[in-house]
Design a protein around this ligand. Sequence first.
Ligand SMILES: *Cc1c(COP(=O)(O)O)cnc(C)c1O
Length: 457
Amino acid sequence: MEKNIPYKIYLEESEMPKQWYNMRADMKNKPAPLLNPGTLEPMKAEELQGVFCDELVKQELDDTTPYFDIPQEILEFYKMYRPSPLVRAYCLEKALDTPAHIYYKFEGNNTSGSHKLNSAIAQAYYAKQQGLKGVTTETGAGQWGTALSMACAYFGLDCKVYMVKCSYEQKPFRREVMRTYGANVTPSPSETTNVGRKILAEHPGTTGSLGCAISEAVEDATTHEGYRYVLGSVLSQVLLHQSVIGLETKAALDKYGIVPDLIIGCAGGGSNLGGLIAPFMGQKLRGEQDYRIIAVEPASCPSLTRGKYAYDFCDTGMVCPLAKMYTLGSGFIPSPNHAGGLRYHGMSSVLSQLYDDKLIEAVSVEQTAVFEAAEKFARTEGILPAPESSHAIKVAMDEAMKCKETGEAKNIVFGLTGTGYFDLVAYESFNNGTMTDYIPTDDDLAVGFAGLPKVDR
Ligand SMILES: *Cc1c(COP(=O)(O)O)cnc(C)c1O
């Protein structure tokens, strides 16, 4: 063991962040505004307030305030499972025989098993503050629904979850965890909403998609008094809440004088990556320090690496505002053989703008290679990683192997967003050798692009 860097760098309670950081405040090119799908004018706060909680609308629209105080009740909830450890992957480094120093920020140490709880508790708190009865949402792989169920149980809010049908069937245990925390879980598309019935009529037997579940959850919220819709990724408010990951990571690294060369995270809708990189990107935007930042996405759903930067619907039902983002088109339904929570057709508009400005890089990786990395990681570091997180592991390992060739002792930091206990059907197909690598053809993608709305902005 070189230097005196412990296996796990923890923060004292007094060193935990008390504010969230909003990267948008330091961006020269701000992310494009959300548009009203009818008028194509930027969404006003009043319009968004029918769908989202008032305080969250403020956060969503605020491109200028760099820091937001974390309310006391949220700080107290955070203390139940935070700070999360920043782990020096000594065992993995040894197994790879690399001179690189690898660190991972482990967000899987709570019952929901992922970073999603960081935003779920914030969103439930603001809903409660507003005196609402409950919230509706969608969940893909199930982590967001679980996190929101826990947060709603804590504040005594009703929680209705539309769960993408293939996950509902593949992950009955995830569903039962949500129900144990008091949530009402419906497989999507369902017969309970207009948009669900319409999608079922057009695509009988569909296994669903996140975009489709979003449409149902929004319809449910906007047609029931005292309910609002909440979203676990993509939105700028979610990246804001998730900045707690990056702020803790930076505080831990600073304690030991460690400066990362490379920061790597998996990217579905972009919330964990946006949160992990936040303070580092702040420095980069202000010209104080440079870092290489890599977003890792699945080859089966490659929104940054093969998508278009355009205004698009956030949901299949086309009821949500339009967002400018790297997207495969809201009609893109990813292959059901990919069970991870990285199946969303678009990407956070903040990350999309940073990517367009070449401030972050992106790579896509194939599913079996990701599970090979997951297996190696589980066998060396002990943690059974979520498939989503394993996308970041794969690229962190690749970069560490490049260091072996060049002899460079780079500091590599990656986000280990969660654990994989509910993803054992995917592990089973990997272990059985039946896992396949689905990569959409250009023709497959053209179908999604053809459905992009025509917007001249
Ligand atoms: C949801 C999820 C992701 C992907 O979502 P982002 O918003 O891109 O962070 C990654 N890892 C885990 C464990 C998740 O649950």
